[in-house]
Design a protein around this ligand. Structure first.
Ligand SMILES: Cc1cc2nc3c(=O)[nH]c(=O)nc-3n(C[C@H](O)[C@H](O)[C@H](O)COP(=O)(O)OP(=O)(O)OC[C@H]3O[C@@H](n4cnc5c(N)ncnc54)[C@H](O)[C@@H]3O)c2cc1C
Length: 375
């Protein structure tokens, strides 16, 4: 388990440097191996990236500087998955709405079907008897973290071996993951289920788990031949909504949990004279995740106050006075839902370049990575 001292930008920058000076060099070869509590094979930067305490752009550029274009290629490609999922959910917000409706329906099934309820309770408490799966359930609750490959195996066993509704698994992840994110989580669960890349589920295999856990886990009885989940129609695509230009002159800047690096926002001629912080955690979030959200916001407010040389604190009634309120674009999720009406939402160039290429499969954006980076 990576150690997250606290979710601040300084801690994120330290973690980035440590990764690039250490495991980063071996990332492409080692990243699929989950060594459990021993030496990490990946960066564990996602709790920082999810809140943009670190931006995708600066992490990708730092990796290229440290490891060279070739040496950083795989890592940068992975960082772009986050950007892709965000852009994809922006153009398919119905995927989030369907998750929420499906979660509600699944809870009604849990209340009505005692057998399903028992399976669910065993799954979330690590009592199924499936080697690996049970350890990951406990690790998720106790450490708020899972390696990517463990997330894939866990989700696949949840759906195809245990026959549980995927929305309950996605909710379990959002409750406990320190990096819990509407876009990456919802679309990754849909991908495992064979709903994102339609008809192509991800099936966890016993020999693959044994190999990539260095033999720690060897689960018997997995359903390795399941067919994909199905839905009548895929979520409808909508055009990417336009962002707003930042106004000239004095403004109040509103920070939210999807973008906590205000120094690098494209604010044009706006002059920030006060800053407010709006914490809207996902409603599923457990206490450690809420505490991490609060810590990240407190750090961002301190930095923003120093950077803009103005008062900065939690959003309260009348905090902005008569000033126009400017904020970073909030992608689909609780921050976007909580933004007050009338905010001007500015979009980073990175998102403006990448999101229009994220409306279909990942390969289109992956092919355009050099172009997005060059811009
Ligand atoms: C079922 C399932 C649910 C997931 N839920 C979440 C979630 O709620 N929040 C979340 O941030 N990630 C989620 N992921 C994606 C991925 O597992 C994590 O981003 C990754 O494990 C974070 O670890 P890391 O920082 O060490 O990644 P690294 O391998 O070091 O990658 C660097 C960065 O690239 C991005 N990245 C890497 N892989 C992915 C990926 N597959 N999808 C999206 N971004 C990626 C992350 O920002 C990550 O920090 C999920 C994956 C699966 C299979």
């Amino acid at each position: 388990m990576p150690h997250f001292p606290s979710l601040t930008r300084a801690a994120g920058l330290d973690a980035l440097s440590a990764f690039l000076a250490g495991p980063g060099a071996d990332y492409a070869a080692a990243r699929n191996t989950d060594r459990g509590r021993a030496a990490p094979t990946t960066s564990a930067l996602s709790p920082y990236l999810r809140r943009r305490l670190l931006t995708e752009e600066e992490v990708a550029r730092a990796a290229i500087r440290a490891l060279g274009e070739r040496g950083a290629e795989k890592f940068v490609t992975e960082v772009f998955w986050r950007t892709y999922f965000k852009g994809h959910l922006e153009t398919h917000p119905e995927a989030w709405a369907r998750y929420r409706a499906g979660r509600h329906a699944a809870h009604e099934r849990l209340a009505a079907e005692p057998g399903l309820r028992r399976t669910y309770e065993r799954a979330v408490t690590g009592g199924t008897g499936i080697d690996g799966f049970d350890a990951w359930a406990v690790q998720l609750v106790e450490e708020n973290w899972l390696h990517n490959h463990a997330r894939m195996w866990f989700a696949s066993i949840w759906i195809f071996t245990l026959g549980l509704p995927w929305e309950l698994g996605a909710e379990f992840f959002l409750r406990h993951l320190l990096d819990g994110d509407p876009a990456s989580n919802t679309l990754s669960w849909r991908w495992v289920a064979g709903l994102h890349t339609r008809g192509k589920p991800y099936l966890a295999r016993r020999d693959n788990i044994r190999e990539f856990t260095d033999g720690r886990h060897d689960p018997a009885g997995l359903n390795e031949g399941a067919g994909s989940l199905e839905e009548e129609t895929p979520p409808r695509e909508v055009p990417l909504a336009s962002a707003d230009p930042a106004p000239e002159g004095p403004v109040a800047l509103l920070l939210h949990l999807d973008d906590l690096h205000p120094d690098s926002l494209p604010l044009g001629g706006a002059r920030v004279t006060r800053v407010g912080g709006l914490v809207a955690s996902v409603e599923e979030a457990a206490e450690p995740v809420r505490a991490a959200d609060e810590a990240a916001m407190a750090d961002a407010l301190t930095r923003a106050g120093a950077h803009f040389g103005c008062p900065a604190g939690p959003v309260r009634e009348g905090w902005a006075g008569d000033l126009p309120v400017v904020t970073a674009w909030a992608p689909v999720g609780p921050s976007a839902d909580a933004l007050p009406a009338g905010c001007r939402r500015v979009r980073r160039d990175w998102d403006a370049r990448a999101w229009p290429l994220s409306n279909r499969g990942y390969s289109r954006l992956r092919g355009a990575i050099p172009k997005v980076m060059a811009g």
